[in-house]
Design a protein around this ligand. Structure first.
Ligand SMILES: Cc1ncc(COP(=O)(O)O)c(C=O)c1O
Length: 363
């Protein structure tokens, strides 16, 4: 039997409509967009369309989109290739993705100052906290829109406008790997200067993403020149198609996922040995993360694909759970993260809950 898939924060199935959009790029439309002939022009037109589709999802203009190999490379470029100067100051939060935290370590090695903001027990930070951390040499603030482990949504609009009002020269980068295509994003309303997203988190192919960089009259982020090589046309076309589908279906998908999410949260937290990690409100629409005591979730892994980990301190310890204060000294505590998608069905959820029940009853 194929296991049920509940690990959509790790990656998502490619939407068949995305596959259809990509297919011609392997066959009749295989040209190099850099070529000055009909094959090149067609490939170039396909990339242009994907650029428009990607920009439209986040309220950007096409020239503000640069394609990358995924959110990790977008984040690295946003943090390393936008600001010039020595001894600058960068701000982020303790629960950010490794891609950001590791780049912050690199910034520190390069001689810059870094601040890693603590979060509260639900993984939140506030605009006031960010503003209080700003120094005279602060160049950039980088925060995720929603956390990939515990689903906390940061108040990006509030932080963006507070930063813009307080110190307009500070760049604001948002890691939207988990929210692009799931939650509404408008780079203008949210005062975002740089934004990273990834196709494979939103039913597109792996190995392709985008970096938005504000580039309009009055405010322009300069990205350091780089030679990108031949464009990943198939991947870019896939990302564009995934963005377009997500934009059109966003509110329906979001409702679908949040109804199932709430159903799982209500059912699981009814067990005395289960508690929710992360907030009940302002939560990523497809995220469930629970702490369970005295249950062995690994016994479910043959039937259900989800992410599970010991809450105990050790080499695989989650920096996110540690940051929200989950006890790390109790070996009977385990975490279970379930990630839903537009393809998750009510039957799959019932089956998940049924199997969880059986797990709690078995000795
Ligand atoms: C919040 C967040 N940021 C960044 C990444 C990295 O994305 P990619 O796999 O496209 O490099 C991920 C993926 O796990 C993520 O969840």
């Amino acid at each position: 039997m194929t296991p049920l898939y509940f690990d959509n924060h790790a990656t998502t199935a490619v939407d068949p409509r995305v596959v259809q959009a990509m297919l011609p790029t392997f066959t009749e439309n295989f040209g190099n967009p850099g070529s000055g002939h009909a094959f090149g022009w067609r490939a170039s037109a396909a990339v242009e369309r994907a650029t428009e589709q990607t920009a439209a999802l986040i309220g950007a203009a096409p020239p503000e989109i640069e394609f990358t190999s995924g959110a990790t490379s977008s984040i690295r470029r946003a943090l390393l290739d936008t600001v010039n100067g020595e001894h600058l100051h960068f701000i982020t939060a303790a629960t950010e993705h490794r891609a950001t935290l590791e780049t912050f370590e690199e910034l520190a090695r390069l001689g810059h100052e870094t601040t890693i903001l603590p979060v509260d027990r639900e993984g939140r930070i506030t605009a006031a906290q960010v503003l209080a951390a700003v120094r005279s040499n602060t160049a950039l603030v980088s925060l995720m829109h929603a956390n990939n482990e515990i689903g906390t949504i940061h108040p990006i609009t509030e932080i963006g406008s507070a930063l813009r009002a307080a110190r307009s020269e500070i760049l604001f980068h948002v890691d939207a790997a988990q929210t692009a295509g799931r939650h509404e994003i408008d780079v203008d309303k949210m005062n975002i200067d740089l934004l990273s997203l990834s196709a494979h988190k939103m039913h597109g192919p792996k190995g392709v993403g985008a970096l938005y960089h504000r580039s309009r009259a009055g405010r322009r982020v300069h990205l350091r020149e780089r030679h990108a090589g031949t464009a990943n046309v198939s991947g870019i076309v896939g990302l564009g198609a995934a963005c377009e589908i997500a934009r059109i279906e966003l509110s329906r998908d979001q409702k679908h996922m949040s109804v199932l999410r709430d159903q799982i949260i209500a059912a699981l937290t009814a067990y005395p040995q289960v508690s929710l990690n992360g907030p009940l409100r302002d939560r990523l629409c497809n995220n469930v993360n629970v702490l369970v005591e005295g249950i062995e979730p690994e016994r479910l892994l043959n039937d259900i694909a989800f992410s599970s980990g010991s809450a105990c301190a050790g080499p695989t310890e989650s920096h996110v759970l540690k940051a929200i204060g989950v006890p790390t000294d109790n070996p009977s505590l385990t975490t279970m993260r379930f990630g839903l998608s537009r393809f998750t069905t009510a039957e799959e959820v019932s089956s998940l809950l049924e199997r969880f029940r059986a797990l709690t009853e078995k000795p």
